[in-house]
Design a binder for this molecule. Sequence first.
Ligand code: GLA
Length: 459
Amino acid sequence: MKIKFIHTFYIFIIGSLFTLTNCADAGDDSDIAKDTELGSPIINSATNVTSEGFTVSWTRVYNADGYELDISINEDFESFVVGYEAKSTTMFSEDVYGLDEGTNYFYRVRAVSSTEKSKNSGVLQVTTLEANGPELTTYLKDTATTFYVGMAVKSDQLTDGSKYDEILKNEFSSISGEYEMKMNIIQPTKGNYDWSKSDALVDYATANGINVHGHALVWHESTPDWLENYTGTDAEFEQEVKDYITAVLTRYKGKVTSWDVVNEAINNTDGSIRSTVFSQKMGNDYVAKCFQFARDADPDVLLFYNDYSVTTDITKQAAIFNLIDNMQTNNVPIDGIGFQMHIQYNSPSVAQMETAVDKVVDRGLKLHFSELDVRVNPDKDITELTAERAVAQKNKIKEVVEVYNAIPTENKYAITIWGMKDDESWLLSFYNNYNEWPLLYDTNFEIKKAHTGFLEGLK
Ligand code: GLA
């Protein structure tokens, strides 16, 4: 895949350089008459992409009388789409019709004059859209054989025979509680544990052979009021935290494979330790302390640090890995890192993801893409999920899965999707009920192109 891209890019650059050279020559009057070679057009990315065509455009070439467009389904132009072998035009663009849906096409153009032809432009590619929705041909968990495919769930979705239940059993091999395994739910008032919701999740998973990732033991946004406004001493506060972690890990020993021990301890942008009731009362090394409490309670459970914007906020990324390095140097037990991956259709780039992922692998840790959703409307510029945005979302998910799948098996853990259906995503209320479609299933439990993107990323 990478080789193909580099190759295309190389051709494109060469074509571009060639044109630039010619344009420069053309600026000098005395050279024009002597210059017998036509420059190549620079070809633009296709626009107006539909299931049966697209628009190609290119730059005007000095001294050209017209242009010839080639379209092929292979990069080497061994054969041509009927009607598009040296398709002649005097315009600088061409509306292309009659193509197959969901198909990858390559295109290039050259300039022609009465006496000669230019070299070809660079080669670009475009994929036509699928006319109908994608078909469910394979279940996610059956294709991902080296890691879990997880879903964030709520206990009231798990009724036997519900649509959620059906999809979960078919498609997903792991669950995370969307919010019901957090401290404000499990210990809402001091000393009173309410296991009803977390037990429901764990019992469902156990009964159905599904893995459970525990999320999250310590998070400043889910601290119960009694602990947030704690009136005891700092030592007593720390003991409360230790007792809580110990109680939870003891209850779910052997049933919950892994826990996010601390969620979101690092500030955005400046990478400092976030000031929370935990840092204030236990010191900035509260993260390390919590990991040790967890390990003391359960020697076998996998312990993760979890945070967001890890691939895109470089200062934060450095701070997180600094925190991890300090923990590893001091023999604080940590097994893995969760990148939440609340991302967008146009960000992060593959390079950004690879850079961050490599840092996890370098440290011998497991990686969890722990809360994946892909916003298609971050700029609020669409009012329905357009076909183009759906494809962009599909491509981003594919990239995410490809990057993840490429790491060594021993560093893999799970990719967890943060919610089943588009209309139930936390993003809708978080961003004041705007239009968003960030998940793999639509409102009617139908799979989206994003789902196909996940499967394609595994190939
Ligand atoms: C953060 C938390 C999650 C969840 C989301 C919003 O990412 O880690 O537990 O609360 O916010 O759903």
